[in-house]
Design a protein around this ligand. Structure first.
Ligand code: PMH
Length: 387
């Protein structure tokens, strides 16, 4: 019997797991042999698919995964990921026993939170924690050696906590001016020095800090954006020591093709008027897929040729100007490669006046994610489908 298709609209994200593995292999060459790496798979792995990315990162040598919220960690456990997972953000005190039971590591960042958490922790299931130090990001974390020592003391006295790690996060590691970054690094060193006992894992570097020098590697680094093949910022792109490989591409297919006469209108508001006779194609992707209205005018690839989106983007569809009559069913690439042309995530970010991080994150769950590994499409059953 023929296998039933798992989705029924020709719009999809293709994630190249080989690109992820290659980015990690290259990054590993920059690390000392003993330096561990933590793969950041929060926000559904920046839109790429949490379990799939977790798996390939672990195969590539990641010793830890990290997410923003406890829900994300539990979702990974449900999908069969047994590796250590750190929740980087705040978790609710009343949920600590769930984290402990599932062997999920939480971030401790405030003394008051600890007192609350202690009410909810079971006697015999210890909780692994990393202490977050705020060295200048101003988000969460203890700020002074006194605060740090206090949280250490409380946890040591209680006995149900295992302080496995300590970390901080840089606010400007991707910028040319290194002053603030060095200030944060110095403060982190001072704080770690003041600890009663040094934890096993000490980590500070995001992708930018990891790629630029070893000075803040300590014994682990946290890799997000570079693993996905994207530069942490446009200004540091020339400094990246190897070619990053973008893993995420976005495709659709023409569902309707027609010839319009000069002076005909396209889409809501009838704002686009054909300046001459034109071939117009419709593709089934719209703002509900995260392909937002601001992308009107953005180029897409058809038959290896860049053509613009014309007229307003609708909720589920948008129209493109075709170079000539192209058959229905032809693939349209919105992000990625066709023939010798490439539309990068950075191109889309530039159009949206935002950063590359946002682009894969905003492509909504309505768009299925399919995977390529060892140059071949992975079994569709492993794809991510919202429906
Ligand atoms: N560590 C922490 C605590 C983070 O918040 C992030 C990314 C990373 C590591 C990975 O950074 P990278 O992707 O630059 O390598 N956090 C965010 C954020 O909160 N907004 O954008 C990126």
């Amino acid at each position: 019997m023929e296998e039933q298709a798992l989705f029924f609209r020709d719009t999809w994200v293709e994630v190249d797991l080989d690109a992820i593995a290659a980015n990690l292999e290259e990054t590993k060459k920059l690390l000392n042999q003993d330096t561990k790496f933590i793969a950041i798979v929060k926000a559904n792995a920046y839109g790429h698919g949490d379990a799939q990315i977790a798996e390939v990162a672990l195969e590539s040598g990641a010793s830890y995964l990290a997410v923003a919220f406890l829900d994300e960690a539990i979702a990974l456990r449900k999908k069969g990921i047994n590796a250590p997972i750190l929740v980087l953000g705040a978790s609710r005190a009343q949920d600590v026993s769930i984290a402990a039971e599932q062997q999920i590591t939480l971030t401790v960042f405030q003394e008051d939170w600890l007192y609350d958490a202690m009410h909810y922790l079971n006697k015999d299931v210890p909780l692994k924690v990393h202490i977050k130090i705020d060295t200048g990001m101003g988000r969460i974390g203890v700020k002074t050696p006194a605060e740090l020592q206090k949280v250490e003391e409380i946890m040591m006295a209680d006995g149900r906590f295992e302080i496995e790690g300590v970390f901080t996060h840089f606010a400007t590691a991707d910028e040319m001016d290194r002053t603030y970054y060095h200030q944060q690094l110095k403060q982190f060193n001072t704080m770690v020095e003041s600890m009663k006992e040094k934890p096993v894992l000490i980590h500070a570097s995001n992708s930018a800090a990891t790629l630029r020098s070893q000075e803040a590697h300590f014994n682990a680094v946290r890799l997000g954006i570079a693993m996905y093949g994207l530069t942490p910022s446009m200004e540091m792109e020339p400094e990246i020591p190897f070619p990053l490989k973008e893993a995420f591409s976005l495709h659709s297919k023409l569902i309707h093709v027609k010839k319009l006469e000069k002076g005909e209108k396209v889409s809501y508001g009838a704002t686009y008027e054909t300046p001459e006779e034109e071939w117009i194609g419709t593709i089934p992707i719209g703002y509900a897929d995260g392909w937002i209205r601001k992308l009107q005018g953005q180029f897409v690839l058809v038959d290896g040729i860049k053509v613009p989106i014309v007229g307003r983007i609708c909720m589920d569809q948008c129209m493109i100007k075709l170079p000539y009559e192209v058959p229905v069913g032809t693939t349209v690439t919105l992000i990625g490669k066709q023939k010798d042309q490439f539309i990068s995530i950075n191109d889309v970010a530039t159009r949206l006046e935002t950063i590359n991080y946002e682009v894969p994150c905003i492509i909504s769950n309505r768009v299925p994610r399919i995977y390529k590994k060892f140059g071949k499409m992975v079994d569709m059953k492993n794809s991510i489908l919202y429906y």
